[in-house]
Design a protein around this ligand. Structure first.
Ligand SMILES: Nc1ncnc2c1ncn2[C@@H]1O[C@H](COP(=O)(O)OP(=O)(O)OP(=O)(O)O)[C@@H](O)[C@H]1O
Ligand SMILES: [Mg+2]
Length: 251
């Protein structure tokens, strides 16, 4: 691992000269709760390259979820600009943002948010029914190792399996980017690794640009780049020369 100052590594190595997937400039978010403003982000600059696998670390309250939610069009900044490829999200209409969220972004959260009365396949179909270029739901479930669990209900699945259904649901729309907020937060080590292997595979085989928030520093070694947030800023950027396979991680 090479630690460098954020200034020279916030731009991903971009040998092809193609437009980054995300270009973030001066991103600031202030929440106003009564008298006291909360500065969640204090001027974040970042470029994310096509097919990159990024891990975001940082203490509780450092702005990780705020950053990911803004990139995913779930929240809007107070100041600064965000581009998704050629599209400026910070100038997009509500309708454009809805289309962006629906077609370009897959979300995975700590809690799986599956519909209990629907099978694994039906949970994935909820998404494939409304997107432009869906995958076959069964293929998405096979990709995360759940080919044998297609007709199971969430209550008949382990936590790790439920999280993999949530990942299958997120990728079945063939999103350009996958944004994951503590996807292994509720899982034990071995289950967490199976979930990370699924994310690694999707990034490698489909080329989905992937950003993962975690409190687990061990996960950092599977990334191309690690961003460490502190107090609303990118305090450190680490570029990994080699990515460590998820199955070799331990914590
Ligand atoms: N909707 C909101 N209203 C007011 N303040 C908020 C809101 N969302 C986040 N904040 C504040 O903004 C700051 C950054 O929050 P954020 O959720 O981005 O942190 P985080 O790094 O994801 O933390 P954690 O690791 O605990 O999830 C925190 O101080 C938080 O209290
Ligand atoms: Mg958070």
């Amino acid at each position: 691992m090479t630690a460098r100052q954020p200034s020279d590594t916030n731009s991903a190595a971009n040998a092809t000269g193609s437009v980054p997937v995300f270009r973030v400039r001066g991103l600031t978010k202030v929440y106003r709760m009564g008298e006291v403003p909360v500065h969640a982000l204090r001027g974040v600059d970042l470029d994310v390259a096509e097919r990159e696998f990024i891990v975001i670390l940082g203490p509780s309250g450092s702005g990780k979820s705020t950053l990911l939610n803004i990139l995913g069009g779930l929240d809007v900044p107070t100041e600064g600009r965000v581009f998704y490829r050629e599209q400026e999200l910070t100038r997009a209409s509500e309708r454009e943002l809805t289309a962006y969220r629906r077609h370009a972004v897959g979300f995975v959260f700590q809690f799986y948010n599956l519909i209990p009365s629907l099978t694994a396949r039906e949970n994935v179909e909820l998404v494939t029914d409304i997107t432009e270029r869906p995958m076959d739901p069964d293929d998405a479930l096979r990709l995360v190792g759940l080919g044998e669990r297609l007709d199971h209900f969430p209550a008949q699945l382990s936590g790790g399996e439920q999280q993999r259904v949530a990942i299958a649901r997120a990728i079945a729309k063939n999103p350009d980017v996958l944004l994951c907020d503590e996807p292994t937060g509720a899982l034990d080590i071995s289950t967490g690794i199976v979930v990370l292997e699924a994310l690694e595979r999707i990034n490698r085989e489909i080329g989905t640009t992937t950003m993962i928030i975690t409190h687990n520093a061990a996960i950092a070694s599977m990334a191309d780049r690690v961003l460490r947030l502190a107090d609303g800023r990118i305090a450190e950027v680490i570029v990994n020369a080699d990515r460590r396979p998820a199955r070799e991680l331990s914590w």
